[in-house]
Design a protein around this ligand. Structure first.
Ligand SMILES: [Zn+2]
Ligand SMILES: [Zn+2]
Length: 460
C-alpha cells in the first residue's frame, strides 16, 4: 500500500475504492460474456438435429413415422440447409466483428471532469416535482464553441476541455443537470430503463388551480409546450467518459458489461457476446432476419405435416421432439422477427435503441401534457395542439432527431450500405465511420434542437 494513511479509516477507504474500481471498471468475465453464444449454438445444433436427423430423414428413408414423401423430405432438407447457411454466416459475422471501441479511435486525456459536472452516478439534488420545468428555468447556456475543439476527422486530436461555465449558482447547476444525460456513462447505457435520466424534458407540474389549458396563454408562457433539452450534447465536456478518460465521439456510450466505450452504441446483446454498435449493427440485422426466416420455415413445415398426417387413418404418433422443436422455433422466431422489425424501424429513423428511449419518453410526456390540456374525449383538440407544436418545432424523432439525415432511405443506407445485396447478406458496410456523424442542420452546433424559425431558411 503506497498510501501513508495507515489508519483504520485509511485502510477501509482504500479497500472501498479498490472494490469500487473492480466493480465499475472491469468488464464481465469472458465466460459470462460469451456464455449465451454457446447456448445459441447449442440451440441451433439441437433444432437442426431434430429437423434433419428425425423429421427429414424419416421421409427420405421412408420410415414408418414419415410425415411425407421422400421428395418432400429432400426439398425441405435443401431449403433448410440454405437458410441454415445464411444464419450461421451472419451469426459468425456479428460475433466476430467488433462493434468498434472508442479507445481505439481517440486518445486518453489527462483532463479531469470539469467541476461543474456531477460525478458519475451522482444524481442531482432532487427536484423531481418540477421535472421538465428545469429546461425552461435554465439560464442561457454559455457559448462554449470558441473553446471546444471538436474531434478531428482522424480522431487523433484531443479536444480541449472548455473552462467550467462561469457564474452558475447552485440552483442553476442543479437545473442544468437535471433531466440530462450524464456525460460520462449515461444511465441509459446498459440499463436503459430510467426515462428520467434521458435528456428529454417532461411536462410541467400542475398547481392545483391549473386544471386545463388556457388558450389565451401564449406558447412561450404556457406551462404546456414542447420543451426539448437544452443540453449541449455535442460539447466535449458532455462527452467525457470518467472510466475510460476519453472524450467520447458522438453517439458513443460506455457499456458496463464490456467495460469500455462502444461506438454508436445500440445495446449490449448477450446472444452475440458483446455490444451491437457501429461496425456490427448491420450484421446483427442480417442475423435476426435470417434467424426469423429459418425459425418460421422449421415451424411451418413441421406443424403443417403433423396436422396433415392427423387426417390420415394410419397416422403415426406425434414425436415429442417435434413438439420441443415447435416450441423453440416459435419462441426464437417471434423474438428475432420482433427484433428485426424494431431495428428496421429504428434504422430508418436513424436512432439507436438507446436514443429511441429518449424520444419515446418525450412522446409519453407530451401525451401527459395533452391529457392535462384537453378533456380525454377531445381527440381533435389534442391533434391540433400536437400539429401546432410540430409546426413550431418539427416532429419528435425526425426533424427533432440530431442524427436524422432527411429521408428514410438515407438513414437506412448509412447503416446497411448502398448495395441492395448488402441489405440481405452479411457482407459490406454502411456509409458511416462510427466516429463522425453528419448532424441535422435543424440543431445548433452544440446539438440543441432549435425552433423552426431558427432553421436554415431552405428547411423551414
Ligand atoms: Zn467509457
Ligand atoms: Zn457491451
Amino acid at each position: 500500500m503506497s498510501s501513508s494513511d495507515r489508519t483504520c479509516c485509511g485502510v477501509v477507504e482504500e479497500a472501498r475504492l479498490r472494490a469500487h474500481h473492480r466493480r465499475t471498471h472491469k468488464p464481465q468475465p469472458w465466460i459470462v460474456l460469451k456464455f449465451a453464444v454457446g447456448l445459441t449454438l447449442a440451440l441451433i445444433a439441437y433444432t437442426s438435429y431434430v429437423y434433419v436427423g428425425i423429421f427429414c430423414k424419416d421421409m427420405i428413408v421412408k420410415n414408418e413415422s414419415a410425415l411425407g414423401s421422400p421428395t418432400t423430405g429432400i426439398v425441405f432438407l435443401v431449403v433448410f440447409c440454405l437458410l441454415l447457411l445464411m444464419v450461421l454466416w451472419s451469426y459468425f459475422a456479428v460475433v466476430t466483428t467488433s462493434p468498434g471501441y472508442a479507445a481505439n479511435f481517440v486518445e486518453k486525456t489527462e483532463l479531469e471532469r470539469p467541476e461543474h459536472l456531477p460525478a458519475h452516478g451522482q444524481q442531482p439534488a432532487t427536484i423531481s416535482d418540477t421535472r421538465g420545468m428545469s429546461f425552461e428555468l435554465m439560464p442561457p447556456a454559455a457559448d462554449l464553441s470558441n473553446n471546444a475543439t471538436a474531434l478531428s476527422n482522424s480522431g487523433n486530436t484531443i479536444p480541449v476541455m472548455p473552462p467550467a461555465v462561469p457564474a452558475a449558482t447552485n440552483q442553476d447547476k442543479t437545473l442544468r443537470h437535471h433531466g440530462t444525460s450524464t456525460p460520462g456513462e449515461a444511465h441509459i447505457v446498459d440499463v436503459p430503463t430510467d426515462p428520467e435520466s434521458m435528456h428529454v424534458p417532461g411536462p410541467a407540474p400542475l398547481s392545483s388551480h391549473e386544471n386545463f389549458y388556457d388558450p389565451s396563454l401564449d406558447a412561450s408562457t404556457s406551462p404546456f409546450s414542447r420543451r426539448p433539452s437544452t443540453t449541449p450534447v455535442l460539447a466535449p465536456e458532455y462527452r467525457f467518459c470518467t472510466k475510460d478518460k476519453i472524450i467520447k465521439p458522438p453517439r458513443t456510450h460506455h457499456c458496463r458489461a464490456c467495460g469500455t466505450c462502444v461506438l454508436k452504441y445500440d445495446h449490449h446483446c448477450p446472444w452475440v457476446g458483446h455490444c451491437v454498435g457501429a461496425y456490427n449493427h448491420k450484421f446483427f440485422v442480417n442475423f435476426v432476419q435470417w434467424a426469423a426466416i429459418l425459425s418460421f420455415w422449421m415451424f411451418a413445415t413441421v406443424l403443417g405435416l403433423n396436422i396433415k398426417s392427423r387426417t390420415r387413418s394410419s397416422a403415426p404418433a406425434i414425436n415429442p421432439q417435434h413438439i420441443v422443436l415447435l416450441a423453440l422455433t416459435a419462441l426464437f422466431g417471434l423474438f428475432c422477427f420482433l427484433m428485426f422489425l424494431t431495428h428496421v424501424q429504428l434504422i430508418m429513423l436513424n436512432q439507436t435503441t438507446v436514443e429511441s428511449l429518449g424520444f419515446r419518453s418525450m412522446q409519453e410526456r407530451e401525451q401527459d401534457n395533452l391529457a392535462r390540456m384537453h378533456h380525454w374525449y377531445d381527440c381533435g383538440a389534442k391533434r391540433r395542439t400536437r400539429r401546432r407544436w410540430d409546426k413550431e418545432w418539427g416532429r419528435v424523432g425526425k426533424e427533432g432527431n440530431l442524427w436524422w439525415l432527411g429521408s428514410r432511405r438515407a438513414n437506412w443506407e448509412s447503416v446497411m450500405g448502398k448495395n441492395v445485396w448488402w441489405w440481405f447478406l452479411p457482407v459490406g458496410r454502411g456509409l458511416e465511420d462510427g466516429v463522425n456523424f453528419p448532424t441535422n442542420p435543424r440543431f445548433d452546433k452544440q446539438g440543441r434542437w432549435r425552433r423552426r424559425r431558427e432553421w436554415p431558411s431552405d428547411l423551414r
